[in-house]
Design a protein around this ligand. Sequence first.
Ligand code: SF4
Length: 378
Amino acid sequence: MAVLPLSDLHAWFLAHQRDLPWRRRRDAYAVWLSEIMLQQTRVDTVVPYFERFVARFPGFEALALADEQEVLKLWEGLGYYARARNLLAAARRIAARHNGRFPDSLDAAEALPGIARSTAGAILSAAYDRPLPVLDGNVKRVLARIMAIREDLTRPAAVRKLWETAGDLVLAAPDPDRHNQAMMELGATCCTPRAPDCATCPVATACKALDLGIQAGIPAPKKTRTIPHHHVAVAVIVEDGRTLIQQRPSEGLLGGLWEFPGGKVEPGETPAQAVVRELAEELALAVEAGDELATVKHAYSHFRITLHAFSCRRIRQPPVDSGPAASRTPDAAAVSPPPCDPSLPPAARTARWVPLEHLDDYPFPKANKKVLDRLLGR
Ligand code: SF4
């Protein structure tokens, strides 16, 4: 690699950096929070979430005392909810084991939930001036182009080379935090995935890919894969001004969030039949499905769903003709809890009858939130 003109890069950053809230306070908490929120998420989406979060929880100790449901509610809509749960777990550990101060060693930082080497580098370089590199997706792309690495960037040899180069560069920089931010900013605003703006790039003189005219092909495009599509059917049951919602298990996808009860539509089933079967199996409730209240399409990182939300009514007896699943429905005796929580039959997940005016207190995934909006006429 030709020698990178670091002073040009850093001057470019000072002149062109975006005004972002986490750049106004470079303490470990703000940097940590922004780095976690920015994973897989666009900057303009993150800004309002970041501002609300630091207003409510201004530091590690305040966050460590938080209730997980409140944290998830603040995270609602940002996706990848394991990040929020890890954030809370890490804040609690920082409060308990590090006196409320982010640890200043790389090993201790990486031992915290949800913190990998690149995030640790960003935090430690900003908060403690440690010359540790950041290697997020933007920096990987910039370095791969500068060095014209054409191979798959996930291969161990490429990963090693990228880390080594990122480490050498930050060691040579007079201000590690500024350098890391400059590299990230360059990837985010100039050396972008599809249309790198090489004419204005401060490191163009050192860029091998530009020299070879191959910058648009680096990184090598990923192989396209078929994304599975599932149909999910859920029940919206309203009784006495309350509706039934269910909490997802605390681990895994959307862990700890609330949703309308239901589940995946099985082959050979209609969505209406699926919702009847799911409520019988999951909650021992016999319902009949009425009108489809909302149909919501939503994409997750590895699959897509179409969510069919039905207005449902509880009945004493299981419906006679609701398909093969009806035979698995428990009898009516098990299906008649009053419309309040405690006597609901035992289930793998918590279910709760909630007054409509309190539904906004609960964190919902995006697709369910759209159903909620339809239910509440918004
Ligand atoms: S010259 Fe172009 S390809 Fe090379 S680092 Fe700059 S923007 Fe990226």
